[in-house]
Design a protein around this ligand. Structure first.
Ligand SMILES: NC(=O)C1=CN([C@@H]2O[C@H](COP(=O)(O)OP(=O)(O)OC[C@H]3O[C@@H](n4cnc5c(N)ncnc54)[C@H](OP(=O)(O)O)[C@@H]3O)[C@@H](O)[C@H]2O)C=CC1
Ligand SMILES: O=C(CO)COP(=O)(O)O
Length: 343
């Protein structure tokens, strides 16, 4: 049994705490609102984020961040990307011994273009961190708490740290693989949200499965192009955190990114969509970051550019699709001196 802290009692933090508690670990879940802490401790529910779920009785919650981070030898950070730096600054001020950090967030910081593990490394002193592991993959919280079979990847440059996290989470419905390509895993996780927004838009416009298959495959091509330039292993994008997460987020009714895109495709404004969701839509900020990264690394990312124009330049969704379909003619795959790659 390990002492583990999960920071963030939204959908994903609560689902992961559910898995850890079911695995018999001494898991403390931090929520910033005391009424939510009371609900978890007394009624064993989290009705806003996971209605209809009864949480394990051995799962305890606290609203005291210092108590939370002192508790765990492993600290799982499960807050939206924009909250990563502020929460890490608070963690760093509250601890004075090495902890193993796990993050599960799927985004990139606009302007700095930092991945989540890079932000954690910048904000938590090296004397306070044993290592950083990213846990990612096709995994909707709503299905995990139903104990439906789910597969994810624990990635770290330190294989032993990745294995420790694999052992911590793995059970009969939650299968964890290990990986060492942190860049590839984090880029795949963040950028699939951009493509899921686009998939929601085409569904909202009334287009069908052909359009969605096009978005998934061409989306994967542009995510891989960028990721490889940033130092990722191309094979990572064919795995759980690449193709796997693209499929689940572009096709599932649980996806907040897909839902947001769907409403945009039906004519709602971005402001209306974000105000009505009540949960994080990571793809919006990440579209900005991905658009900037495409320029920085000189990578062609037509889907990202089209989505950026819809979100931030008020281009009507249908016009963006028409423009994508009338781009210049191309070969699908290039063979440069025997190195095949997608155009
Ligand atoms: N939901 C899922 O199935 C999955 C989500 N993820 C990723 O996990 C991350 C978290 O997502 P998810 O749990 O779904 O998000 P939710 O919107 O469901 O919950 C967000 C949680 O973070 C808290 N929070 C928001 N802003 C801050 C802040 N500034 N400081 C501290 N806490 C804050 C919220 O608290 P409050 O309730 O008080 O607002 C809430 O507990 C995202 O990056 C997402 O992409 C990854 C895999 C699956
Ligand atoms: O990352 C997820 C599933 O793997 C959750 O996606 P959404 O944030 O779009 O709900």
């Amino acid at each position: 049994m390990k002492k583990v802290t999960v920071l963030g009692a939204g959908s994903w933090g609560t689902a992961l705490a559910f898995v850890l508690a079911e695995n018999g670990h001494d898991c403390l879940l931090w929520a910033r609102r005391s009424e939510q802490v009371e609900e978890i401790n007394e009624r064993h529910t989290n009705h806003v984020y996971l209605p209809n779920t009864t949480l394990p009785e051995n799962l305890k919650a606290t609203a005291n961040l210092e108590e939370a981070v002192t508790h765990g030898d492993v600290i799982v950070i499960a807050v939206p990307t924009k909250a990563i730096r502020p929460i890490c600054q608070k963690i760093n001020a509250a601890i004075s011994e090495e902890k193993l950090f796990v993050h599960v967030s799927k985004g990139i910081e606009p302007d700095s273009h930092k991945r989540i593990s890079e932000m954690i490394r910048e904000e938590i002193a090296s004397s306070n961190r044993k290592d950083i592991v990213v846990l990612s993959g096709p995994s909707h919280a709503e299905e995990v708490v139903e104990r439906h079979p789910t597969t994810v990847t624990a990635a770290s440059q330190n294989v032993e740290a990745a294995k420790e996290i694999q052992d911590l989470f793995m059970n009969h419905y939650f299968r964890v693989y290990t990986h060492t390509d942190v860049i590839g895993v984090e880029i795949g996780a963040a950028l699939k949200n951009v493509i899921a927004l686009a998939a929601g838009i085409t569904d909202g416009l009334g287009y069908g499965d052909n359009a969605k298959a096009a978005l998934i495959t061409r989306g994967l091509a542009e995510i891989s192009r960028l990721g490889v330039k940033m130092g990722a292993n191309p094979l990572t994008f064919a795995g759980l955190t690449g193709l796997g997460d693209l499929i689940v987020t572009c096709t599932s009714v649980h996806s907040r990114n897909w839902k947001a895109g769907n409403m945009l495709g039906k004519g709602k404004s971005l402001e209306e969509v974000t105000a009505g969701m009540g949960m994080v839509i990571e793809g919006v900020r990440t579209t900005k970051a991905a658009y900037q990264l495409a320029e920085k690394y000189d990578v062609t990312m037509p889907l990202t550019e089209a989505l950026y124009s819809v979100l931030f330049d008020a281009v009507p969704p249908k016009k963006a699709v028409d423009q994508l379909m009338s781009r210049m003619k191309k070969q699908e795959v290039d063979d440069l001196f025997g190195n095949m790659h997608f155009n």
